[in-house]
Unconditional design. Sequence first.
Length: 321
Amino acid sequence: MKNLPKIELHMHLEGAAPPSFIRGLAQEKNVDLSGIFNEDGSYRFSDFWDFLRVYEAATSVLQSPEDYARLTRAVLEASAQSGVIYTESFLSPDFCGGRDVGAWRDYMHAIREAADSVPDIEMRGIVTCIRHFGPEKARETAVCAAETMGDFITGFGMGGDEKVGRQGDYAYAFDMAREAGLRLTTHAGEWGGPDSVREAIRDLRVERIGHGVRAIEDLALVDEIAQSGIVLECCPGSNVALGLYDWRSHPLPDLRKRGCKVTISTDDPPFFHTNMTHEFERMADVTDWDEAEFTALGRVAVDAAFCDADTKAKLLKTLDA
Ligand code: ADE
Ligand code: ZN
């Protein structure tokens, strides 16, 4: 499994920061983050909402483009170790310069340059607004996305607390991003049920959905997703770690059987004690999928990736080699 080439579409850059990396930066900057770690050094949180708090506390020590460059190198090197050949990472102007377009540009360039320096893995950025920061900040984030759209920043998305507001409250930001030519995804059907997924499709007109797994609670919606070709960025290990399902009850195989395009990603790997190899291994444990099935999943992910046709052709060649 480790050496099987993998395509990852859903990973938060700050969420991929190893706890040792964050502890190191905290020491350098004299920031006391002792409360967010367990004695064994791992991140400590009790549920999703506590996870968001710890995530934001950890992120507070990432204070410059150089910090993000170091983070990017560390994260991509770890991903490549797991056989990942292409990754799309959520990038947050909220944390990278407080949504100031000029500052964001500097962070984005540093991240991109760092990504280019890591061999054997290709990266694209999805600029992401944070739902619980509200629609006004989402609009400012969309401006950052539109201003830096190109062959590296190719998408716009939304993460954060799905229980805050409604998907449609963020329609203006998504409309701006769409008009700029960005590809769209939003977290839905993780902490919200089928209604949240329906609203994401209707009000934000996204082509991919982050998680989307709770669509399984409404089989008419599952049919609609299958018919429309909307892609689900499933992160089973994240769902298991946060207590939504266990591996045996995770709906990914059922969604696939019912015709949905599903993909596998890690979300926030060190927080959830996972990596792409671990995701593939656990999924192999609970299905009868062989290597060819996982390669087929990889092809679905390449097809759904927010990158150019030449890059996709290269990735397919590696998958099929
Ligand atoms: N930000 C980082 N991880 C997230 C998740 N699993 N859901 C929503 N927002 C997130
Ligand atoms: Zn996520």
